[in-house]
Design a binder for this molecule. Structure first.
Ligand code: PLP
Length: 369
């Protein structure tokens, strides 16, 4: 029998996919964390031009120079982060950025702290790097519990805190005060913050997005074209960090990936430098869907906090109810797929049409009868 590495056998396939198995062919899919929009035409055209222009070879390990510069300019302009092209590494999606950051920062036995429930990759990438996942339960209002996080940071083994706001799976957005407190406490304890900002563009109402790196230089900013520009399959993300960190992460990238796809990098260059109206249009539509879904769930008597960002609602419901809803033709994900503290919740993605959301609510209403 083949003996596998314990780092790998210790992790599980994500629980999200498992829900698809129970659903019929006309099921409405509210289980996926990916935009239902197509990539905007100007971005596709840039990829076609890159292909026709023969941009098909390896690029620098850190990415195409113009794209690194465009991302640095975006971070300065929109996020108030002072950085240059030398601080940016273009990666294979946000996942690639999280991976090379965690691989570079974590030694065997060191801890990565993150929210529970939280995005499934943080714990798995930590285990793959030989580290110890250290999930901290969210407060009952689904926001970060800063005092408990500080206690965990004071552990000498604590090395990294992963911040994710707007958050998957809850849709919660943390206040600037909370983000500042976390970055400053992390600095006190020599903990590096990895700020996963992939949902930055999807903050609703008067909610303002603030980048963690505006509060300290102990922050690795992670972001991606994936959600912002409906480009999940293109696999383009980036990280921005000090040159010291960039020097190390580049080595991991060089030997694991070499570089992000050349053609997709040129498409991302158009995404970050071209017209941004498609992002505004997607945000407007997500916000309308959020309002529709939250009003519908509330009418049905299902307790749910109004999410301020991302494209997820995280209503309270037990595992039996989740299964009944899936069997009634609405795919949703049990909260426990995102960590032990997700028990008693479900994640519903509203990256699906308003028509689908209305039908889903009708089916859930029948289940409730
Ligand atoms: N971070 C969060 C919070 C996510 O929800 C996801 C995708 O679902 C990612 C990172 C990964 O993004 P990408 O598709 O760019 O690898």
């Amino acid at each position: 029998m083949t003996q596998f590495a314990k780092r790998v056998t210790a992790i599980d396939i994500s629980g999200i996919r498992k829900m698809f198995e129970g659903a019929g062919p006309d099921a409405i899919n509210m289980g996926l964390g990916q935009p239902d929009f197509d990539t905007p035409e100007n971005i596709k055209a840039a990829a076609v031009a890159a292909l026709a222009g023969g941009k098909t070879g390896y690029t620098n390990n850190a990415g195409v120079d113009e794209l690194r510069a465009a991302v640095a300019a975006k971070l300065q302009r929109e996020n108030n982060i002072s950085c240059g092209a030398g601080n940016v590494v273009i990666t294979a999606g946000g996942s690639g950025a999280l991976n090379i950051a965690i691989q570079s920062l974590i030694d065997s036995g060191e801890k990565v702290i993150f929210n529970n429930p939280g995005f499934v990759s943080y714990g798995a990438l930590t285990t793959l790097a030989g580290g110890i996942p250290d999930p901290v339960a969210l407060r009952p209002d689904l926001h970060l519990d800063v005092e408990t996080i500080k206690e965990h940071m004071s552990d000498p083994k604590a090395k990294v805190f992963v911040l994710n706001s707007p958050a998957n799976p809850t849709g919660m957005v943390e206040t600037p005060e909370t983000i500042r407190a976390i970055v400053e406490s992390a600095a006190d304890y020599d903990v590096t913050v990895i700020s996963d900002e992939v949902y930055e563009k999807f903050c609703y109402g008067s909610t303002k997005f603030v980048s963690a790196a505006t509060f300290g230089d102990n922050v690795v900013t992670v972001n991606a074209a994936s959600k912002t520009y409906a480009m999940t399959g293109w696999r383009i993300g980036f990280l921005a960090a000090s040159e010291e960190i960039v020097h190390e992460v580049i080595k991991v990238q060089q030997y694991t990936l070499a570089c992000a796809t050349s053609i997709a990098q040129y498409a991302a260059l158009e995404a970050y430098t071209g017209p941004q109206d498609s992002v505004a249009a997607m945000k407007k539509e997500y916000e309308a869907r959020r309002n529709l879904l939250i009003a519908g769930l509330t009418d049905l008597g299902i307790p749910v906090n109004k999410p301020d960002g991302a494209f997820y609602a995280f209503p309270k419901m037990d595992a039996e109810m989740v299964m009944k809803i899936v069997n009634a033709g609405v795919i949703i994900t049990p909260g426990t797929a995102f960590g032990s503290a997700g028990v008693g919740y479900a994640r519903m993605s509203y990256a699906t049409s308003q028509k689908n959301i209305k039908t889903a609510l009708e089916r859930i209403a029948k289940v409730m009868e």
